[in-house]
Design a binder for this molecule. Sequence first.
Ligand code: PGA
Length: 234
Amino acid sequence: MLIAGNWKMYKGPREAGAFCRALREADLGGVDVAVCPPYVSLADAVQALAGTDIGVYAQSCHWESEGPFTGEISAPMLRELGVYGTIVGHSERRQHFGETDETVARRVDAALEHGLYVIACVGETEAEREAGETEAVLGRQVSVLDEDDNLVVAYEPVWAIGTGKTATPAIAQDAHAFIKSLLDVPVLYGGSVKPENAGELCSQHDIDGALVGGASLDLESFAAICRAAFPYHS
Ligand code: PGA
């Protein structure tokens, strides 16, 4: 059971350091925990969490180790910083920054090759779900990924991200079971996870944790989500 906080473009270095120092002391119930700060805050997070089991993840990484790629960061650079893993292919990157299944696959492969753990995100839009295309979309997104001990998938229905609309546990369970029928890796659920719904979601057979956006920015709510998931920890 992994509970990962995707901070998106929130918390600069000072705030990240203070949050992580407080996180060290918080009651997280014993689940596996990760935080995913913006690039500029990674070093402070790594330092503040040194000696703990809490993993620090980036939010993306490039497929080349170095080169003329303005604005990008590579897997070896993240490793040098002491970063443990990275999110890849978040729907906000697909929507706003032109990320495609092909670039997601290249980033995932490079991150794994350089020893980073990877949370690869997949998920359908509302229009795709309404058109009955959910499984086709998930199938296409998952088809570019290969099984790996250091890979987990996050199922994040785009219509549930930051909207307050959570997939029902049954909808999420169905999507997770479908993804696992294609790829034998743990699957996290993401999309408006909160302390109030985390337990029921994580109780589903094929939900192996959560990727939490908004509710991970507040220490109390993030810790409460971790504790709510703990009974389903294996
Ligand atoms: P949310 O975001 O929890 O704010 O819906 C989840 C995510 O985008 O990873």
